[in-house]
Design a protein around this ligand. Structure first.
Ligand code: TXA
Ligand code: MG
Length: 315
């Protein structure tokens, strides 16, 4: 066990905040059983109190002890995808207090696979409440440096774990109702989930609250627009000071151009760092070339749509 991880577990036990790497994005962790620690987490995150937070565990059995009903489908998904980038929403047990569930009767459970996250969970022994380690509504961090830029001294320790391999937040499936519902698309696709539990429904207005579901989320500060490939050239010629995220080669009229991979997993891994770079370029607008409409791009499209929502829609 590394001394850093031991120190991190001590900080969590003392009610402090530790940012740690996961395979999706970096999380801002607090002892999920401590009301004070979670209150501090929400304050640093500037997250509204009624928004629930995902609770992280070292293994499935511990995770399921926070649920009062574990349907067969949840066990099958856990067996197939945990540890890994999947969050399950289940009816909560008495261990999941209002301060982690936002007062809802369900709880979000996740067993991450990143070795540093696993080591921390193992050393701490308990459950770690962890949203992404950024301020509410902004782009999630995929490196320790991003976390330090965003949260500075507000976090007691940042564990280093290299760039997050997947790059976008976990897939969230709600199994607390009659049929499974996909609340947030991610690396584990709808098709992969369906191959294990059968049909999965779209969220409805009755689905539980989740801040990833706010219209504008995961957003840069610079106004951003999604542009279909055929309209990119015209959009570029209309504007002076733009930063562009695209699949094609840089256009010489544009000062700041980031070229993205044509493969969805590689694109996702690069996405949040790219949005930060575009934001930092100091341009008036960001233009994002829209990715293909196919199923394998669903998670990336979801994040880009939210990043490109007009600011007035922020909740
Ligand atoms: O990949 C991830 O899931 C990352 C890493 C750190 O594990 N965490 C993450 O957490 O994205 P956060 O808090 O930024 O987003 C969690 C999403 C939010 O939209 C939250 O509201 C939702 O999960 N959520 C948590 N508990 C829920 C519940 N009981 N019902 C519905 N949504 C829930
Ligand atoms: Mg987040």
């Amino acid at each position: 066990m590394s001394p850093e991880v031991r120190k991190a577990a001590e900080i969590l036990r003392a009610g402090g905040l530790v940012a740690f790497p996961t395979e999706t994005v970096y999380g801002l962790g607090a002892d999920a059983a401590s009301e004070n620690a979670v209150a501090r987490l929400y304050a640093v995150k500037r997250r509204p109190a009624e928004h629930p937070v995902i609770v992280h565990f070292g293994e499935a059995e511990k995770a399921f002890s926070w649920a009062r009903e574990v349907p067969g489908g949840a066990r099958e998904l856990a067996k197939r995808f945990w540890p890994g980038p999947l969050t399950l929403i289940l009816k909560r047990s008495a261990l999941a207090k209002d301060f982690v569930t936002g007062g809802q009767d369900t709880v979000g459970l996740r067993v991450p696979s990143h070795p540093v996250a696993q080591a921390l969970l193992d050393e701490f022994g308990g459950a770690i409440a962890a949203p992404s380690a950024n301020r509410f509504g902004l782009v999630s961090p995929t490196t320790a440096a991003h976390v330090r830029e965003d949260l500075g001294k507000d976090v007691d320790l940042v564990l280093e774990g290299g760039p997050s391999e997947i790059g976008i937040e976990s897939t969230i499936v709600d199994l607390s109702g009659a049929a499974p519902v996909l609340l947030r698309p991610g690396h584990i696709s709808r098709e992969a989930l369906q191959s294990v539990v059968g049909a999965i429904a779209e969220p409805t207005v009755a689905s539980p609250r989740h801040s990833g579901g706010l219209e504008r989320h995961y957003a840069p500060r610079t106004p951003a627009r999604l542009v279909p490939t055929h309209a990119l050239d015209k959009e570029i010629s209309k504007s002076k000071n733009v930063a562009v995220l695209a699949f094609s080669r840089p256009d010489e009229r544009v000062n700041f151009w980031l070229r993205m991979p044509r493969e969805p997993q590689a694109y996702a891994q690069r996405l949040y760092a790219a949005l930060r770079e575009l934001d930092a370029a100091g341009c008036e607008r960001i233009l994002v070339e829209a990715p293909p409409e196919s199923a394998e791009w669903a998670a990336v499209r979801d994040r880009l749509k939210r990043a490109c929502e007009p600011r007035r829609n922020i909740a």
